[in-house]
Design a protein around this ligand. Structure first.
Ligand code: NDP
Ligand code: N5H
Length: 257
């Protein structure tokens, strides 16, 4: 079997800059021969994303604005992609957001608005984009999302984002069940802590990384490239029997009690 992604097209959602996990995924898929489509939340990110993508040799990429909080926006994006390329073979959903004040202190103090916002952008968005992408995935394919250990157990300060990741994980499984009959597999990667724009400004991130270096079975943190290569596995035929799964790319940290 040939595991090249030559002749296949994947949508990458959530590149903010070169540190983004989505960018690690883009590079892995590019190296495997895939054609890439990038979406960004606002026009503000159009130029930085285009500049980054211009560093990928021979990549004939397409770019679309897609704010996942708008059903019409998501639908319009995938309608336009359908018009421009026809069939796609997969999607990487690398999107999350919570208000800063909800990522510290006690979870019990989360406001209704903060709770709904985190769930809207970080969990429901997977449902919205999967529904919009399905009609374009006429040859089957894969959908991958990014989750974190804080959705499985309590991790200090992750708070409302942990509850949103639990919802994302369950949404991933229900979507896997719905879309399997269309030969579409839906999986998640649970990444260990990586310094990205989202992680910036989060108090104590250094001590979180240090804890991984001291305690994780591999005694080191993980990179965007390592997450990217697992996404390649999940989006290629190498993983053709795998759906509804969470793969931890976290140096084994999650196995510790
Ligand atoms: P980045 O800050 O690089 O990426 C987050 C992305 O979310 C940005 O590109 C941002 O888009 C996008 N986003 C936020 N709101 C919206 C919206 N309304 N519509 C569309 N896109 C939106 O951080 P990461 O690479 O760290 O995050 C990617 C994913 O990885 C997230 O789901 C995160 O929870 C997950 N993750 C991260 C870990 C880490 O340690 N970094 C660990 C485990 C999981 P824009 O820039 O255009 O605003
Ligand atoms: C236990 C931890 C540390 C504490 C919690 C961190 C949670 C981070 C996730 C969210 C997505 C971060 C976030 O929404 C930040 C925003 O409030 C402010 N930032 C922005 O608006 C920037 C400019 C944009 C690009 O960010 C987004 N998201 O749009 C968890 C860490 C050990 C691991 C981690 C960092 C997990 C994760 O999910 O990202």
């Amino acid at each position: 079997m040939n595991f090249s992604l030559e002749g296949r097209t994947y949508v990458i959602m959530g590149v903010a800059n070169k540190r983004s996990i989505a960018w690690g995924i883009a590079r892995s898929l590019h190296e495997a021969g895939a054609r890439l489509i990038f979406t960004y939340a606002t026009e503000r990110f159009e130029k930085p994303v285009k500049d980054l993508v211009s560093t990928l040799d021979g990549q004939d990429a397409l770019f679309y604005e897609c704010d996942v909080t708008s059903d019409e926006g998501v639908q319009a994006t995938f309608d336009q992609i359908k018009q421009d390329v026809g069939t796609i073979h997969g999607l990487a959903h690398c999107i999350a957001f919570a208000q800063k004040e909800d990522l510290q202190g006690e979870f019990k103090d989360t406001s209704r608005d903060g709770y709904l916002l985190a769930h809207n952008i970080s969990a429901f968005s997977l449902v919205a984009v999967s529904r919009a992408a399905q009609p374009l995935m006429t040859e089957g394919g894969g959908i991958v999302t990014l989750t974190y250990l804080g959705g499985e157990r309590v991790v200090q300060n992750y708070n409302v984002m942990g509850v949103a990741k639990a919802s994302l994980d369950a949404s991933m499984r229900y979507l896997a069940n719905d879309l399997g009959k269309h030969a579409i597999r839906v999986n998640a990667i649970s990444a260990g802590p990586i310094r990205t724009l989202s992680a910036k400004g989060i108090g104590d991130f250094n001590s979180v990384l240090k804890q991984i270096e001291e305690k994780a079975p591999l005694r080191r943190t993980v990179s965007q490239e390592e997450v990217g290569d697992t996404a390649y596995y999940l989006l290629s035929d190498l993983s053709r029997g795998v759906t509804g799964e969470i793969i931890h790319v976290d140096s084994g940290y999650n196995i510790l009690g």
